[in-house]
Design a protein around this ligand. Structure first.
Ligand code: HXC
Length: 508
């Protein structure tokens, strides 16, 4: 009997060694943790239950029959994060560069299927070179199975992808179909094809960092939702993110005990808006002052900074914050800001997370650059996303709400439940100068000045909208948290019937 137990121990030991000590040392040498070390950090201590530790590939081409490593390049299983179950897979770069074989794919598929049955989030830790070249179509087929399940799970359980090494091919396409992608700075890359292939095909010489490093994908392409300094920080932040997320589309937002009173007032908000209407202020100050304990997990912080998106809590329960940022491009809506916010709004709606929107927007960004880039379609994404929401929507206009952007930013007309304005709000088709120059074209300087004054007095206030009931109340800035908390409590059981259809046709 002892022999048998020892044999199990030996086989487990062999599997735990992955591609061998030399490759583990190389992994550490690059500043990366191993697949198993990452799991230890991500999950609650001792909670990991591993599956399929002894699975091996079945390939016999290119001498592969002589190179079998138990686990086949991916560690899979489930565990808990602050007591809540998650399923996960962690790619082992020390085994064939974490590349995906048919057997490796089946391990991931098993985890995806189990997560769907148990209705729990799936987290993928990626450090892998895509389809295993030696397996050909068997590997491509494996990816197809994974992709299909990514899509079926979308909107049912949260899916998070963490990029922790060089990732190519299927190891970027599968993440692209999940809800969130996070990267580690300086050690992780994402590209459909790597620098060598780029050089062969286009003659372009580019480094991995320039082609698909964290700064590229968090700030330029918007493919990734955030990046962190190293593996440890990244995994600890993923634990924090999971605490904000519902387990599935029926569970509702998780709640955590909070010592922050829901009716807390904050006098400093009464002076947040500068006297000069064209002077910027930081909208994140408002978010942080409204959220429980100032805890705000920002999504896509470095991309389209003119809009801010992220998770916080009010009265202990998760809410999504969307806010124009006057500090960047005066908070204007452009293509990138529209698609960033649209994607966030759709995530929140899919998982029943109420949305709080802070509005200070001078309109959509004019110009050929934006129009040629499809601003009409991208702006429509955000309009569509908000209009489609059935979750509680609470909107607060702090200053400008001009033109189409007024309608788009969770206005009453497209389905918001409670629409508040601060006394500093200005709700109009456009700013006074532009408006008067159009409707009094050719007027003398005195006439223009007089008309501008009249326009400002009449329209650049919240009261015209409030008189029509488009704004439910004009509120004191210091009472913002209290009013939002009360509105969300009132809307707790919000239920909206939508007409039966197969699915909508979002302007993608
Ligand atoms: C088999 C692979 C592999 C792969 C890496 N390795 N990628 N083995 N199949 N796809 C192995 C290497 O042979 C090496 O083995 C080890 O992993 C480490 O790789 P290195 O190249 O030494 O590491 P590095 O220099 O850090 O470069 C990492 C990399 C590069 C950028 C990922 O390996 C690379 O470009 N790989 C190919 C990427 C790719 O084109 N994949 C196919 C994508 S198609 P040893 O034994 O030396 O340790 C795809 C289709 C899906 O995925 C469908 C999409 C829609």
């Amino acid at each position: 009997m002892k022999d048998i137990l020892d044999r199990l121990d030996a086989r487990r030991g062999e599997a735990r060694l992955g591609g061998g000590q030399k490759r583990i040392d190389a992994q550490h040498g690059r500043g990366k943790l191993t697949a198993r070390e990452r799991i230890e950090l991500l999950l609650d201590k001792g909670s990991f239950e591993e599956l399929d530790m002894f699975v091996e590939h079945r390939s016999a081409d290119f001498g592969m029959e002589k190179q079998k490593i138990p686990g086949d390049g991916v560690v899979t299983g489930w565990g808990t994060i602050n007591g809540r179950t998650v399923y996960l897979f962690s790619k082992d770069f020390t085994v064939f560069g974490g590349s995906l074989s048919e057997a490796h794919a089946q391990k991931i598929v098993k985890v995806q299927d189990m997560a769907m049955k148990a209705r729990c989030p799936v987290i993928g830790l990626f450090d892998a070179g895509g389809a295993r070249i030696q397996e050909g179509v068997a590997a491509l087929g494996g990816y197809g199975e994974v992709f299909k399940r990514n899509v079926i799970a979308s909107g049912v359980v949260p899916q998070i992808s963490v990029i922790m090494g060089p990732c190519a091919g299927g190891d970027v396409y599968s993440p692209a179909m999940t809800d969130f992608i996070f990267m580690v700075r300086d050690t992780s890359y994402m590209f459909v094809t790597g620098p060598d292939v780029v050089k062969t095909v286009t003659n372009e010489v580019v480094t991995a960092e320039e082609l698909g490093g964290a700064s590229v994908h968090t700030a330029k392409s918007g493919v990734a939702d955030g990046s962190f300094e190293n593996d440890v920080e990244c995994l600890l932040q993923m634990r924090r993110l999971v605490d904000f997320l519902p387990s599935n589309n029926e569970a509702g937002p998780p709640t955590w005990p909070s010592l922050d009173e829901a009716d807390r007032i904050d006098e400093s908000l009464d002076t947040l808006i500068p006297d000069n209407p064209n002077k910027p202020y930081d909208i994140k100050e408002l978010i942080v002052k409204v959220a429980d304990e100032g805890d705000f997990f920002e999504i896509s912080q470095a991309f389209a900074k003119n809009i801010v998106t992220g998770f916080g809590r009010i009265a202990g329960a998760t809410v999504g914050f969307v806010a124009n940022q006057p500090m960047v491009l005066a908070g204007v809506l452009d293509s990138d800001a529209s698609r960033k916010a649209a994607r966030f709004v759709r995530f929140c709606d899919a998982f029943n997370i109420p949305i709080v929107t802070f509005v200070d927007v001078p309109g959509f960004l004019p110009g050929t650059d934006q129009e040629y880039g499809g601003l009409i379609k991208h702006g429509a994404k955000l309009l569509f996303a908000y209009s489609q929401c059935t979750v509680p929507l609470v909107t607060v206009i702090t200053r400008k709400a001009f033109g189409g952007a007024y309608d788009v930013m969770a206005s009453k007309h497209i389905g918001a439940d409670m629409n508040y304005a601060w006394p500093t709000a200005q709700i109009a088709v456009m700013g006074a100068k532009g408006a008067v120059e159009i409707i009094f074209r050719g007027g003398t300087a005195e006439e223009i000045a007089a008309q501008t004054k009249q326009y400002e007095d009449r329209f650049l206030s919240p009261f015209v909208a409030a008189e029509r009931g488009y704004i439910d109340d004009v509120i004191m800035p210091h009472a913002t948290r209290k009013r939002i908390a009360r509105a969300l409590a009132m809307l707790k059981n919000k239920h909206v019937e939508v007409p039966r259809k197969k699915h909508d046709n979002l302007p993608v």
